[in-house]
Design a protein around this ligand. Structure first.
Ligand SMILES: [Ca+2]
Ligand SMILES: [Ca+2]
Length: 85
């Protein structure tokens, strides 16, 4: 019985640790996406155009997927979807 409780506590700690790590990773990824976005947005108009996207390796290939509203440019939220993981 005592052993079961120990396992339960350990499992609880494990899952709590996982959740915490996940949150921290999300935060770090968001900051990184923001930084990348700011770097890519050379003219700082708040959009990354296909031309600006060529600065980041692999982004032009994902541009159409990232541009969920299909306006031909990426805002930070669209960019974060493909880059924030
Ligand atoms: Ca721009
Ligand atoms: Ca868009």
């Amino acid at each position: 019985m005592k052993k079961m409780i120990t396992i339960g506590v350990l499992a609880g700690m494990f899952f709590a640790g996982q959740a915490l790590a996940g949150d921290e990773m999300k935060k770090a990824a968001a900051a990184t996406a923001e930084e990348k976005f700011a770097t890519l947005d050379a003219d700082q108009d708040g959009f990354v155009t296909p031309e600006e996207a060529t600065q980041l390796k692999g982004l032009p290939e994902r541009f159409a997927d990232a541009d969920t509203d299909g306006d031909g440019k990426l805002i930070l939220t669209e960019f974060s979807e493909v880059e924030g993981e």
